[in-house]
Design a protein around this ligand. Structure first.
Ligand code: AMP
Length: 605
């Protein structure tokens, strides 16, 4: 008996996955599948992508569907379009021999009409992002009242992306006696809360170490000046000539810029970010999957859920704002038992962040030196020579040209021919690297230890706000906002950590309570701001976190076009400078914000 049959899977499913090359269950599949095949079993799986997680829930899910009934019986919720598409694709291939199983895939950024038609045609399984599904439920197009199984995939990521309200809405609409299967790479308090609220005595399983990436994943960092990041990236790619990699950038603009520079410099690269149309994104992904593209330059969001096997390197051109995203990024390589390398290019000030990541992933990084010109040239040369050695010669096609070629090269010795052929490529590198210098920063002992001194001020309470980068805030804007709302001088504020939907700020201890109070009743971009004192300021441990805070609407913000102006509260302090008073109008929403550093202006925005 096949191992998959032994753990309870039907013959039709086993046949389909054998065709995909699944011979033995991965550890998560071995442990999860028998549990999920039981009746009414809620489940929590702490697992990374790349472990075979999709099949772990997908296979029992298919087995439990009644293919003859055409109502939605299972709902899979995932944070991004890419992940939804991947899950739907996997489910379709797993169910190749399991009767007429229809999967509807719904996500934002695409026409509602097509998705509504798809749902009307009927599907037993809906794979969806929470935002779009909520819209479709509200329009009466998606029906979830007969759902027997709900899968929450990458639950932490869904909450990180601010989908808590949508998850609540959707889960409330589903029958209370359904089974809920939750998968998450990390288990923050907010995920626990969801589990507590919606699950019944769940079976819990941790695969691998908490938060740690794959065992076969190496972590390396290079330290350079910020201005040398691109030069370092090129050298890293140049010494890894067989690279099939993803370069992660922090912003769309940076992504575009790095990709354009790489293309200009002759690399086989392209970009993937949210400003591209869906069609463009599909095209880029298609080329990458087929390996006609060697380097994909991507933002975190765009690259989430990418399931491409054999990615050799993940390069962090800039570290992610949220440290947790490091695991998501690096999980794109070293998948399904393969090995991989995760490389961070950092500046001297960011060494402490490497120390923080090490703590989270429970693994050490190796500091390496950006290769010098000689090393790059030698590596390129040897790569080329190996290519020559291994090239598949199409004797039939080339034979007609050979007599003329031999004739042309007749006066050269074998050594001369080799030298000249190799030089064609080598000269290009030599020229480029001729005047290059050492771009490594030599770290002092103090730098190495920096993690200790610069980590969050453990033990001291900080200001927590439920607004963050998702609301368009960065450190500068946040500081402006803090000064504006609290009326305190900028010296009252220390370190500012902007997360996705929340932020932590160091505030002078005796001013912290007043700072919290001053946010009372404030509304930002339609969201009621919640301020609080975090009980412990190590990572993410705010008293309040995630979640929208409710209240307000985008519309309301547009009318006010500035923070807290208008009737939300009858505050006496002057908020005028926040866009409206000086008639600049743009506030946080437009591109006309004045930067914080503009010292001539009394108000910053
Ligand atoms: P996932 O964690 O679901 O993203 O899966 C990671 C990769 O492993 C995917 O490309 C799957 O197709 C592959 N995979 C999953 N289960 C198995 C298995 N039992 N044997 C071989 N490959 C697998």
């Amino acid at each position: 008996m096949n191992k998959f049959e032994e753990i309870g899977l039907q013959e039709e499913i086993v046949k389909a996955i054998s065709e995909l090359g699944f011979e033995n269950p991965t550890p998560i599949q071995e442990k999860t599948i028998p549990v999920l095949l039981k009746e009414h079993q809620d489940f929590i799986g702490l697992a990374q992508t790349g472990t075979g997680k999709t099949a772990a829930f997908g296979l029992p899910l298919i087995q439990k569907i009644d293919a003859d009934a055409i109502t939605p019986q299972a709902l899979v919720l995932a944070p991004t379009r890419e992940l939804c598409v991947q899950i739907a694709k996997d489910i379709k291939s797993f169910s190749k021999y399991s009767g007429k199983l229809e999967v509807a895939t719904v996500y934002g950024g695409e026409s509602m009409d097509t998705q509504i038609k798809q749902l009307k045609r009927g599907a037993q399984i809906i794979v969806a992002t929470p935002g779009r599904l909520t819209d479709l439920i509200n329009r009466g197009a998606a029906k979830v009242k007969d759902v027997r199984i709900v899968v929450l995939d990458e639950a932490d990521e869904m909450l990180n992306m601010g989908f808590r309200d949508e998850l609540d809405d959707i889960l409330k609409d589903t029958p209370s006696d359904k089974s809920t299967w939750l998968f998450s790479a990390t288990m923050p308090k907010e995920v626990r809360e969801i589990a507590k609220r919606y699950m019944n005595n769940p079976f819990e399983l941790t695969v691998g170490q908490k938060n740690s990436g794959a065992e076969n994943l190496e972590h390396i960092y290079y330290v350079v000046q910020s201005r040398d990041r691109y030069a370092a990236l090129k050298r890293i790619i140049d010494v890894n000539h067989d690279i099939f990699g993803i370069v992660f950038c922090r912003t769309k603009m940076e992504t575009q810029e790095v990709a354009e520079n790489l293309i200009r410099d002759g690399y086989n690269a392209d970009s993937l970010h949210g400003d591209l149309s869906q069609q463009q994104r599909d095209k880029v992904m298609g080329r990458y999957r087929q390996r006609s593209l060697q380097i994909l330059v991507a933002t975190d969001v765009a690259a989430r859920g990418i399931d491409v096997n054999n990615v050799t390197h993940v390069i962090h051109y800039n570290l992610p704002d949220e440290i947790e995203n490091y695991t998501h990024r690096s999980g794109r390589t070293a998948r399904a038992g393969k090995s991989g390398v995760s490389i961070a290019i950092i500046n001297q000030k960011e060494v402490f962040r490497i120390r923080q990541i090490e703590k989270i992933i429970n693994k050490k990084f190796r500091l390496e030196r950006v290769p010098d010109a000689d090393t790059v040239c030698e590596s390129q040369l040897m790569g080329l020579v190996k290519k020559v050695h291994n090239v598949k010669v199409d004797t039939e096609e080339i034979s007609q040209y050979l007599p003329a070629i031999f004739e042309e090269l007749n006066d050269l010795s074998k050594e001369e021919v080799i030298t000249r052929f190799v030089s064609i490529e080598f000269n290009r590198f030599l020229e480029y690297y001729r005047n290059s210098h050492d771009i490594n920063i030599n770290l002092s002992e103090k730098d190495h230890a920096r993690g200790e001194s610069e980590k969050y001020r453990s033990g001291k309470p900080r200001l927590f706000l439920n607004i963050g980068s998702m609301d368009g805030l960065d450190t500068g804007k946040m500081l402006g906002l803090l000064i504006d709302i609290t009326g305190l001088d900028k010296t009252a504020f220390g370190r500012i950590d902007i997360k996705g939907v929340y932020s932590f700020i160091d505030v002078e201890e005796d001013k912290l309570a007043a700072a919290v109070a001053s946010f009372d009743g404030e509304v930002f971009k339609g969201r009621r701001v919640r301020a609080d004192v975090s009980d412990n300021n190590t990572r993410n441990k705010g008293k309040k976190s995630f979640g929208g805070g409710g209240g307000g609407s985008d519309d309301g913000f547009k009318k006010k076009r500035s923070y807290g102006v208008g009737g939300d509260r009858g505050g006496s302090r002057d908020r005028g400078g926040f866009g409206s008073r000086e008639g600049r109008g743009g506030g946080y929403s437009g591109g006309r914000e004045k930067s914080f550093g503009d010292k001539k202006k009394k108000k910053r925005f």
